[in-house]
Design a protein around this ligand. Structure first.
Ligand code: CP
Ligand code: NVA
Length: 333
């Protein structure tokens, strides 16, 4: 259950090279099978892990907690309030304190520079549980899910992301697909394209990996033949509520509907979403979208979200198995 190489921190997607990424997925698959068959071995007994969240979370927090408990480790959760972090105590001082008590730190926050600063001062592995720019642990779960649906070489997989191409998830998908040699299509209105520097990085990685990278506002070109159609919320955590007024008209042509799924030209394309999703009007956000814009659901319609093509809950479960692989790789023995 140990990797040939042992990446310890994970601050952004490209902290792993292609071989390490695939090895991590192999280990996650092994751990998933071991848990299902009651054969799981504990490799983190006696370890302590800090979970620092400046933003809310369901999946990431629960994935880290269950993964740690399954492997015999303990966790301490520090939420958006309740500690001195960010108010009375600096990032560097908090990192030194936590690094002296814990064997590893998960951090979810706003600026990417904060998780990087934490890593510089902690002296223990730091794992990025989402920043405004990156969501690397999500990528491990997403590619494991893609591989489960389309077994074989990851480089043979194609996916089309439709929506806010600047979101942490879209940026991460672009970087991941380029790293792993996939057929990556990021489809968004021009003002929501990922930054040019990230597209250039992806193109540079694609020279080595053989990836095909497309960033376009042409929905049909992006969808055609895609194995997976992926979307994310139109307004991310930390963005102003007022963004909805601008984003809804801008992103409506990029909504994942049954018609968009059909425009892949395939009947076996799967739908993916990192979650949480605005797919109906049963949540507070969904109700506001319905009242303000007359839309039931936003980035994806409920029929697609709940369809047989949707693998969103498989993705959510895989957050735990992949985060477990990350913890075992960094701290297991
Ligand atoms: N996908 C994801 O990161 O979900 P949470 O915000 O619930 O952690
Ligand atoms: N882009 C979303 C992802 C949530 C997992 C956000 O940052 O809110």
């Amino acid at each position: 259950m140990t990797l040939a190489s042992s990446p310890r921190s994970l601050l952004t997607v490209t902290d792993l090279d292609r071989a390490e990424f695939v090895e991590m997925l192999d280990l996650a698959a092994e751990l998933k099978a071991a848990k299902a068959s009651g054969r799981e071995q504990r490799t983190l007994t006696g370890k302590n892990i800090a979970l620092v969240f400046q933003k809310d979370s369901t999946r990431t927090r629960c994935a880290f907690e269950v993964a740690a408990y399954d492997q015999g480790a303990h966790v301490t959760y520090l939420g958006p309030s309740g500690s001195h972090f960010g108010q009375e105590e600096s990032v560097a001082d908090t990192a030194r304190v936590l690094g002296a008590m814990f064997d590893g730190i998960e951090f979810r926050g706003f600026a990417q520079s904060t998780v990087e600063e934490m890593s510089r001062h902690a002296g223990v592995p730091v794992w990025n549980g989402l920043t405004d720019e990156w969501h690397p642990t999500q990528m491990l779960a997403d590619v494991l899910t893609m591989r489960e649906c389309r077994p074989g070489e990851v480089g043979a997989i194609s996916f089309c992301f439709l929506g806010d191409g600047r979101s942490n998830v879209a940026r991460s998908l672009l970087a991941t697909g380029a790293l792993l040699g996939m057929d990556v299509r990021i489809v968004a209105p021009r003002e929501l394209w990922p930054p040019d520097s990230l597209v250039a990085d992806a193109q540079r990685h694609s020279l080595a990996s053989g990836a095909r990278v497309m960033v376009t506002d042409d929905v049909d070109a992006g969808l055609l033949g895609a194995d997976f159609v992926y979307t994310d919320v139109w307004v991310s955590m930390g963005e102003a509520e007022s963004q909805w007024e601008h984003r809804v008209p801008l992103l409506l042509p990029y909504r994942v509907t049954a018609d968009a799924m059909a425009r892949t030209g395939r009947t076996d394309t799967r739908f993916m979403h990192c979650l949480p999703a605005v797919h109906d009007a049963t949540t507070a956000v969904g109700r506001r979208v319905c009242e303000r814009f007359g839309l039931v659901g936003a980035e994806v319609t409920d029929d697609v979200f709940g369809s047989a093509a949707s693998v969103v809950f498989q993705q959510a479960e895989n957050r735990m198995h992949t985060i477990k692989a990350l913890l075992v790789t960094a701290l297991g023995r």
